[in-house]
Write a new protein. Structure first.
Lengths: 105, 258
């Protein structure tokens, strides 16, 4: 088929990959053959995401990290390289948002 | 592999599919399993494109037609359906461009540029619509130009008008036919080695090309095969949530500053 879409041998980091849209991203990466590092702060969500993805693609690792913290981010990369060998792809997907009045109440 | 990119059983029309960027599009679609009707006015170019593509994918059909003419567009669709059975995908890629000073261009020239670059999009889209309804949906992909991305050109005012029109038509057509499960998107290419813009060989536009290569984040000009992947993406179920989008594929040229 189309080799251009084949991610076999590639390693992807997906921040916020433990839920929501990030899980869809991670699933796509895994389906295309990449090894995936799921990154999030919540260990339960990481474990559930891992259960969801583990049969697909090459390898899934879980990295618990807060991507707003420099030390955590450095550790995230170190752990990914140690476990999966390299980094080819980064999805900066982690985000929070909630509705709040623009005016100070 | 990834079934979401699979075009097996689908039929695509690629206007201007007999050369340049269109040949890259046709090659991508054929590689992904689609039967492809390549459309052009030049029979020699059609014949050599056919030789280039014939061993890829299920079937390649040559259609000699001028997509600025309503009768020929209708015939194009009729021939495609007669030979290939259906229409799922339309790439409005046919275009002409050459420099004319803004003070000297004639009305006939203006009308010709608009007819081939923009009116054709209207004619072809309208002509495939009933066929797409028959198969429960479709994909229309318009091939634009970075001239619409804050990159005006002194001698291409009609081309710019047509391509700008194409961008906005993409959005409104996406709204119009979204409920029919027809997604309409626009790919905005940068400089691509082709008959329209030779980047190599004896006709190379040296001054422009060297500057483009130096400025582009990817440090090169585009080639038709660069458009295989994005064509398959937009022609396939992988992009069912993408419609009305203008997707720039220019190696970063239009966003590179000084």
């Amino acid at each position: 088929m189309l080799e251009g879409f084949d991610l076999t041998g590639k390693v992807a980091i997906v921040t916020g990959g433990n839920g929501g849209l990030g899980l869809g991203i991670a699933r796509g990466m895994a389906n295309a053959g990449a090894a995936v590092a799921l990154v999030g702060r919540n260990q339960d969500k990481l474990d559930a995401a891992y259960e969801n993805l583990k049969g697909i693609g090459s390898r899934i690792i879980r990295v618990q990290a807060d991507v707003s913290k420099e030390d955590d981010v450095k550790r995230m990369v170190k752990e990914t390289v140690a476990a999966l060998g390299r980094v080819d792809i980064l999805f900066n997907n982690a985000a929070i948002s909630y509705a709040h009045s623009a005016a100070r109440d | 592999m990834l079934d979401i990119f699979n075009l097996k059983g689908k039929v695509a029309i690629v206007t201007g599919g007999n050369g340049g960027l269109g040949l890259g599009i046709a090659r991508g679609l054929a590689n992904a399993g689609a039967a492809v009707a390549i459309v052009g006015r030049n029979q020699d170019k059609l014949d050599s494109a056919y030789e280039n593509l014939k061993n890829i994918g299920p079937k390649i059909l040559k259609v000699n037609a001028d997509v600025s003419k309503e009768d020929e567009v209708k015939r194009m669709v009729k021939e495609t359906v007669a030979e290939l059975g259906r229409v799922d995908i339309l790439f409005n890629n046919a275009a002409v461009s050459y420099g004319r000073p803004a003070d000297k261009m004639t009305l006939d020239e203006w009308n010709m540029f608009i007819a081939i670059n923009l009116t054709s999009v209207f004619l072809c889209s309208q002509a495939v619509y009933p066929e797409m309804l028959k198969v429960g949906g479709g994909k229309i992909i318009n091939i634009g130009s970075i001239i619409t991305q804050q990159m005006g050109h002194a001698k291409l005012i009609a081309y710019a008008a047509a391509k700008g029109g194409m961008d906005h038509m993409t959005q409104s057509l996406a709204v119009a036919w979204g409920p029919d499960n027809i997604q309409v998107n626009c790919v905005i290419p940068g400089l691509v080695d082709s008959e329209m813009m030779p980047c190599s060989g004896p006709n190379k536009q040296s001054k422009i090309i060297d500057h483009v290569v130096e400025k582009s984040p990817v440090r090169r000009y585009g080639v038709p095969d660069d458009f295989q992947g994005i064509s398959v993406l937009l022609a396939s179920p992988a992009s069912s949530f993408i419609t009305g989008a203008l997707i720039v594929a220019d190696g970063g040229l239009s966003i590179a500053g000084v």
